[in-house]
Design a protein around this ligand. Structure first.
Ligand SMILES: Nc1ncnc2c1ncn2[C@@H]1O[C@H](COP(=O)(O)OP(=O)(O)O)[C@@H](O)[C@H]1O
Ligand SMILES: [Mg+2]
Length: 367
């Protein structure tokens, strides 16, 4: 709990002198922020997100540049999104960084409906809206240069990788083949012939269909999407520069498969993704329709296949990540919270390998 003293400072920093009339309630708690709603009389309600000093059981070091990077990236994503879709993200966003308190203030976007209370048709409709919005956000050109994670150099943000885009695309494709080689050389039991034939064919096709680098959002869990009264809002993004279709497929992959499979990790236990698997799947289906809304029926089939190829590649990467964690490192507390114990990780690895094999055999056409 925060003392009056802290709130005085927060309100003072924000230049809100009429403190007596403001009502502050706690509305949420993510892994990184404690979240409060500030009711205002004459303007929109705001959300104050106070950075936690301890996250995943570890004291967080104060790194000013890292904090600026995080919040400037959020700001850039909000601006990019609102450019195409007014008010899909908070329009007001400010941040304050001092050694003893770090917080952000942003527009309150409402209270989302619980997944469990959504009808299948609502899930599909929200997914479709999200698909359309993500498409528009990603297709509008970002002013941030480069590729990969974003960094603040004191003046502006840029991607950590400044290579030519065709070189980046080549490396991206090669990376999947390296991952495949590592799995081939492992002692894991899976049908190498089926998986290799499919992945190699798919990468061969992929090389000829270069994707566009865009500002994408990696943190699209239901806690960061507010669905209510037929509207969708996006909050707390984790932006980076990466390929557009690859990240459209990431959304579908998360909602169709990844989130339910993480239900047994301590971090996600309370999120009931497994119980809400049906509705998450509907959101994924709607997303595909929304993302490719501008295509005719025939073109849609082609695009959906390309997206499902990317989906298979995410399955490959996730499988590899689980394998690597089990083999190379002593999982940190954070990893154990996010992924589960070694036994849970092992079981999930078996599930992923099995799923990878199924995907590679059922999508084994030669186009
Ligand atoms: N702008 C906002 N409008 C409405 N609710 C919000 C807003 N920001 C955060 N919340 C609520 O607080 C929860 C946690 O906030 P979030 O910013 O995602 O924290 P963290 O960075 O720790 O993940 C969200 O899931 C949401 O319920
Ligand atoms: Mg969050």
């Amino acid at each position: 709990m925060y003392t009056d003293n802290i709130w005085n400072r927060v309100l003072d920093k924000l230049n809100f002198k009429d403190k007596k009339h403001d009502h502050i309630t706690k509305i949420g708690e993510g892994a990184w922020h404690s979240v409060y709603k500030l009711d205002r009389i004459d303007s929109d309600d705001l959300v104050i997100r106070i950075k936690k000093k301890i996250a995943y059981g570890e004291l967080q070091e104060f790194d000013e540049n890292e904090l600026i990077t995080e919040y400037e990236a959020t700001k850039a994503y909000y601006e990019q999104a609102n450019k195409n879709h007014q008010n899909i993200c908070p329009t007001y966003f400010r941040y304050f960084i001092e050694p003893d308190i770090v917080f952000t203030a942003e527009t309150y976007m409402g209270k989302g409906q619980e997944l469990a209370l959504l009808e299948q048709t609502d899930g599909f409709a929200y997914g479709k809206k999200l698909g359309q919005s993500f498409n528009q956000i990603q297709t509008s050109k970002s002013e941030i240069k480069g590729f990969g994670n974003l960094h603040w150099n004191g003046t502006y943000l840029s991607g950590e990788n400044q290579q030519e885009s065709n070189k980046i695309w080549e490396n991206d494709n090669n990376h999947y083949l390296m991952v495949l080689d590592s799995l081939n050389e492992s002692r894991l039991s899976f049908n190498r012939e089926i998986v290799n034939r499919k992945i190699k064919k798919l990468i061969g096709n992929r090389r000829n269909c270069a994707q566009t680098i865009s500002l994408v959002n990696r943190d699209i869990t239901p806690e960061n999407l507010i669905l209510h009264s037929g509207r969708v809002s996006i909050i707390d993004p984790s932006p980076k520069l990466d390929f557009d279709l690859k990240f459209a497929a990431y959304f579908v992959f998360c909602y169709q498969f990844l989130l339910p499979s993480y239900s047994n990790a301590p971090r996600y236990l309370h999120n009931t993704y497994e119980e809400n698997k049906g509705i998450l799947g509907e959101i994924a289906e709607g997303f595909k329709q929304g993302y490719f809304y501008s295509f005719s029926k025939d073109e849609y089939i082609v695009q959906e296949k390309r997206l499902m190829d990317e989906y298979i590649l995410w399955m490959l990467l996730e499988t590899y990540e689980h394998y690597e964690i089990l083999n190379n490192t002593q999982p940190s507390h954070k990893v154990l919270q996010q992924m589960g114990s070694k036994e849970v990780i092992q079981n999930r690895l078996d599930l992923y390998l099995n799923e990878l094999e199924i995907l590679c055999s059922s999508f084994n056409y030669d186009t």
